[in-house]
Design a protein around this ligand. Structure first.
Ligand code: SAM
Length: 257
């Protein structure tokens, strides 16, 4: 069980999806035509796997957190996305999964959780000669909104300073900032997409419970007080209860040299 166990229902309900242009970039770059096998590693509830499944034969959606996979199976059923093969497994288990040759491996905000060198080497054995790896991450597009500071202050009050870094290796950086130049996939191209997000107060609270570092599992008995204080602080910051975020989604396509 991971910190995402208790976060999974909140992840499925409150994490904004990626812009459809991200899916279009992957589809067009690799000429996906309904025949390919894809791998989505660290798939969560299928944020990438489900929309990509419309363009391939099968997406092998792999995540070590069974609660995330349960959410993915549920959402896929609702969305009638039948071309997803769900697996509960760690990235380190990749060579043991008996996967077929893969055209494209996608990693949405998950690469930072893995042994990057080892995963890239394992992917090199799995991915077809003209295939590639796609990293999707997100960051702030412009000035950081005030309410993000409010969330961090309340988090630190309840969980201590540096609480974000204690429950995950890479919360601040954008995954694709990794240097791929000496990896098996050194030719990298990055496209960015700006997304305007608007949250209500309940959405923003739900979003915090979707984070590995403020999941209900991490908060434990502190959850009620955390939620109470966060609501009050967020309303003081924005009495309308409406919160805007300019988000930048970064999509890096990496192929062999
Ligand atoms: C931030 S979520 C991203 C989910 C989804 N890909 C997305 O883009 O929204 C990170 C996911 O990586 C998974 N994860 C964490 N460590 C992992 C590992 N070592 N191997 C594979 N997946 C891992 C977590 O369980 C979680 O579902």
């Amino acid at each position: 069980m991971t910190n995402f166990a208790a976060a999974a229902p909140f992840y499925a309900a409150y994490r904004p999806g990626y812009p459809s242009a991200v899916i279009a970039v992957i589809r067009d770059r690799f000429r996906l035509d309904g025949t390919q096998q894809l791998l989505d590693l660290g798939c969560g509830p299928g944020t990438l796997a489900i929309p990509l499944s419309r363009h391939v034969n099968v997406v092998h959606a792999v995540d070590p957190e069974s609660a995330m996979v349960t959410e993915g199976v549920r959402i896929a059923a609702v969305e009638k996305a039948v071309r997803v093969a769900w697996r509960v497994a760690w990235a380190a288990d990749l060579p043991l999964l008996g996967l077929p040759p893969i055209a494209v491996a996608t990693l949405g905000r998950s690469f930072g959780w893995m042994d990057r060198t080892r995963v890239l080497s394992d992917l090199d054995h799995l991915i077809e000669p003209h295939g590639g790896v796609v990293f999707v991450g997100s960051s702030d597009a412009g000035a950081r909104p005030d309410w993000l500071d409010v969330i961090e202050t309340v988090g630190a009050e309840h969980l201590g300073p540096g609480y974000r870094d204690r429950h995950g290796p890479n919360h601040r950086g954008v995954d694709p900032e990794v240097d791929l130049s000496s990896s098996p996939f050194p030719q990298a191209d990055t496209t960015v997409f700006d997304q305007s997000l608007t949250f209500g107060l309940d959405d923003l609270i739900g979003l915090q419970f979707s984070m590995s570092y403020t999941s209900p599992g991490v908060l434990g008995p502190r959850k009620t007080a955390y939620e109470r204080d966060l609501r009050a602080a967020l309303l003081a910051c924005s009495p309308s209860g409406v919160f805007h975020h300019a988000r930048r989604v970064v999509c890096t396509v990496a192929v062999r040299g």
